[in-house]
Design a protein around this ligand. Structure first.
Ligand SMILES: [Fe+2]
Ligand SMILES: [Fe+2]
Length: 305
């Protein structure tokens, strides 16, 4: 961890909270704050929930969840409860609460497991099952399951099954709980074979938009060119839920081939702000992937300079 003064953290917070800055700079500031962690970083991130950008606000919630710090619970709780916030933002707040995994959150998540916004309801159902799973873990192998090699706190641990066919069937069987289906998803991700990638691609036909957005998110984590045709089709489908198209755009940004850049550029002016802002941020990420820069979120260096 870098030793950095409170005022330097606050300066990064100013970049994040400045609506006149380009979205890509604000995203870099956000990721710097996430990496730094601590009370001041959480405060700077929390202040930004009054912003107009749904994309930025959902990312605030995501980052707060990944920081795994109970001090972020009050703000995440208020975002989940605020029906004036977009369902995408509320969904991410629910997921973040699940990632923090505090057993005291059960009553709150139960309250929203039947929310009128389906993205929110489904997220809370998964988060509740994650809490239950955490409480029931007995062996150290089970403890290790929740540690993803992608350095992310996933909404569900991977399934212990390693057979692609069986995982695909579990994932596509809509009579299974979303938690079980998510477990299959993360197991397919961890396999990382052509067969598992193709099975994940099929997951983009599931009826739940939340489920489809998770598939696209996973493709972004894997950064595997074999997923590009699926992601491209998703971003190009203007009838698809914007939350899913957003994840597809960011995944394309992290895979960062010429083909990805070409498709992202085409949607830089999409009528949906969430989609066009995602393309802007994604192109910034792919510039980083293709450059010798040391760290994507290097706001720290530019603010200090
Ligand atoms: Fe999400
Ligand atoms: Fe997202």
């Amino acid at each position: 961890m870098v030793n950095i003064s409170e005022s330097a953290i606050e300066n990064i917070g100013k970049v994040l909270n400045d609506p006149k800055r380009p979205m890509k700079e604000r995203f870099r500031a956000l990721f710097s704050l996430r990496n730094l962690g601590g009370e001041t970083a959480i405060k700077c991130i929390s202040e930004c929930f009054t912003d107009d950008s749904v994309l930025l606000k959902h990312e605030l919630a995501y980052c707060l969840g990944q920081m795994q710090d109970v001090r972020a619970v009050p703000v995440l709780k208020s975002v989940l409860e605020d029906k004036n916030q977009d369902p995408i933002v509320r969904h991410e707040a629910g997921e973040a609460l699940g990632a923090i995994g505090d057993p005291d959150l059960q009553a709150l998540l139960e309250k929203y497991q039947n929310d009128s916004a389906i993205e929110v309801a489904e997220t809370c159902q998964i988060a509740l099952q994650r809490l239950k799973w955490i409480a029931g873990r007995k062996t150290s192998e089970e403890e290790n399951l929740s540690q993803s090699r992608y350095a992310s706190i996933d909404p569900a641990p991977p399934s212990e099954v390693a057979d692609v066919e069986e995982l695909r069937n579990t994932m596509m069987d809509e009579s299974n709980s979303l938690f079980e289906r998510y477990r299959a998803l993360f197991s397919l991700r961890n396999l990382g074979t052509t067969e598992s990638i193709n099975a994940l691609g099929e997951g983009l036909k599931a009826s739940s938009a939340l489920f489809r957005h998770e598939v696209a998110f996973i493709f972004g984590q894997m950064q595997d060119e074999r997923s590009v045709p699926f992601l491209k089709k998703t971003l190009e489908d203007t009838a698809e839920h914007e939350m899913v198209r957003h994840e597809a755009a960011e995944a394309l940004g992290s895979i960062a081939t010429d083909e990805c850049t070409e498709v992202l550029k085409r949607y830089l002016h999409d009528p949906r702000p969430v989609v066009r802002e995602s393309c802007e941020v994604a192109l910034d990420m792919s510039e980083y992937e293709n450059s010798p820069e040391f760290q994507y979120a290097n706001t720290l260096l530019s603010v200090q300079a």
